[in-house]
Design a protein around this ligand. Structure first.
Ligand SMILES: Cc1cc2nc3c(=O)[nH]c(=O)nc-3n(C[C@H](O)[C@H](O)[C@H](O)COP(=O)(O)O)c2cc1C
Length: 116
């Protein structure tokens, strides 16, 4: 498990969290292909980081932001000859547990496996 640091533009290893292919598929409501992919991108959101500035507009902005991010993954994925599939039918609580998120201040908003 790695966390992407946007400020440093690098991946940070999180050795305390290990997620098996089965766990990630279960967290996505048993969508088995997620566990068979080469890598799974999971986006979480900390709403406060948007709310302090945009107030009640935040809901839209967070949804739009995550859509843009995932769309870029579709483009990047296609450009290297792999496929991806936006996943929203995940079990938000189960995914939060896997990533050790509290589910209130921070929760999973989008998932996308990438592979052949
Ligand atoms: C918000 C959103 C949520 C989605 N959730 C799932 C999902 O949980 N499982 C799945 O197999 N596909 C999911 N998809 C992918 C769509 O089923 C579809 O494959 C994708 O939009 C690309 O369509 P196309 O490959 O037919 O062009 C989702 C797509 C979007 C935009």
């Amino acid at each position: 498990m790695y966390c992407y640091s946007a400020l440093e533009h690098k991946l940070i290893d999180i050795p305390t969290i290990t997620i098996s292919p089965d766990d990630i598929a279960k967290g996505c409501n048993n969508q088995g292909f997620v566990g068979k992919s080469a890598v799974v991108f999971v986006w979480s959101v900390i709403p406060y980081r948007t709310q302090w500035r945009y107030g009640s507009l935040s809901h839209k902005m967070i949804a739009q932001d995550s859509g843009h991010l995932c769309q870029n993954l579709y483009l990047a994925s296609t450009s290297i000859g792999t496929g991806t599939c936006a996943i929203r039918a995940d079990d938000q609580r189960a995914m939060g547990k896997l990533l050790d998120l509290d589910g209130e201040e921070e929760f999973v908003i989008y998932v996308a496996p990438v592979g052949k």
